[in-house]
Design a protein around this ligand. Sequence first.
Ligand code: GLY
Ligand code: MN
Ligand code: MN
Length: 465
Amino acid sequence: MFKKEIYMARREQLRKDMGHGIIILPGNHEAPCNYKDNTYWFRQDSTFLYFFGLQREDLVGVIDCDKGKDYIFANDYDIDDIVWTGPLPSVKELAASVGVENTGTLKELHDMIYALRSPTCDTPMPLYLPPYRADIRADLADLIGLKYPTVDRHASMELILACVKQRSIKSAEEIAEIEKAIETAYNMHVGAMKLAMPGRYEYELAGFMQGEAWKGNGPVSFPVIMTVHGETLHNHGHNNRLEVGRMLVMDAGAETAMNYCSDITRTVPVGGKFDARQKAIYEIVLGANLEAIRVTKPGITYKEVHQAASRKLAEGYKGLGILRGNVDDIVESGAHSLLMPHGLGHMMGLDVHDMENYGQINVGYDNETRPSEQFGLGSLRCGRKLQPGFVITDEPGCYFIPALIDKWKAEGTGKDFVNFDELEKWKDFGGIRIEDDILVTETGCRVLGKPIPKTVAEIEETMAQ
Ligand code: GLY
Ligand code: MN
Ligand code: MN
């Protein structure tokens, strides 16, 4: 946990930005895996963590903007719990550790919110964020007196935007946490590179990475992607045997004990030596990753950075004879997206896709920058103008997706720019992605964390060890 003054200042800022209302921020419950007492690992809600920092389950935070008060509501553990869990701090003690003076039981929370419903009381209804877990949606329905299916549509857009405003700018202590998560990702990736030898199985490397994440005192930040079929963008199967000739996509990150995330992708040739085709595609994707780092700075939109990286990709594919025509025209048409049907990146922080539970459009776009409807660019999670303090991923890729290539060819999509005959030769290649986490600074950007081998030479050297 950060020191309590940080959480107090965050809540004060939210009160100032909102100006009115009673905000309810529920923490998460335990989530049963196959029966009630066999749970998934506990993951606290990120908004709750941001404003209240506490890791216990079943807590509810309340920020009263009208009276300038904060509350933590929860039931204390009793002896029946404590025989199983050992001594645990009281709700009062937990609240005090994050600068909250007021506490109460869940019954008292219900009484307080119920009183707001009184026809003689003109206080408006409490404000809350759209829930992403069914149990929290049911709690809110019960607490506020709404029908379960209507809960999401009554969530407060004003609260969403105030949270986005504050959480988008990472403070120095948050950046230090993110860099700690990248330090763990370094160990995950460098260790896995050395294991990427023929005869091993993807699950062995994925398991190694999960172990390294827990050694850093946190879980992985999302299910590990470890696949020789990198052309499937989020491939979570791990059953393939590693064979020379395949590129292995490793997209994985860790969370710190405070749940700040990393999200790194490296792609390596099984066996440790790039062949000529692998090197050719790898250098193109690396060029796009480096171009994004070169142009990222405050004031440019990430949509423009995506397009700059796309021009590098298009230029490279043109050099290989896969695409033809003017590079700007290719990118304008979206033809290059046949080989990269996703966006360049997303915000990252307490969530690996930071704040995605608020609705991606509210996080990655604003009135000035709207999402594109074009294939590929339309999948860009964050397109808006960059500000110092944003942490964002830079993750270009190249994917030869046979079903997509066949579809475009049959329909004639992109036929002015795509050389489908040449592309036939690449359909068995798989995919490559390279992903770094970058911080927008006052003058440009900085790749966060200890550098993880990324060039062809660095990867070959690491894998030879
Ligand atoms: N880890 C999924 C992503 O890179 O967005
Ligand atoms: Mn990733
Ligand atoms: Mn990512």
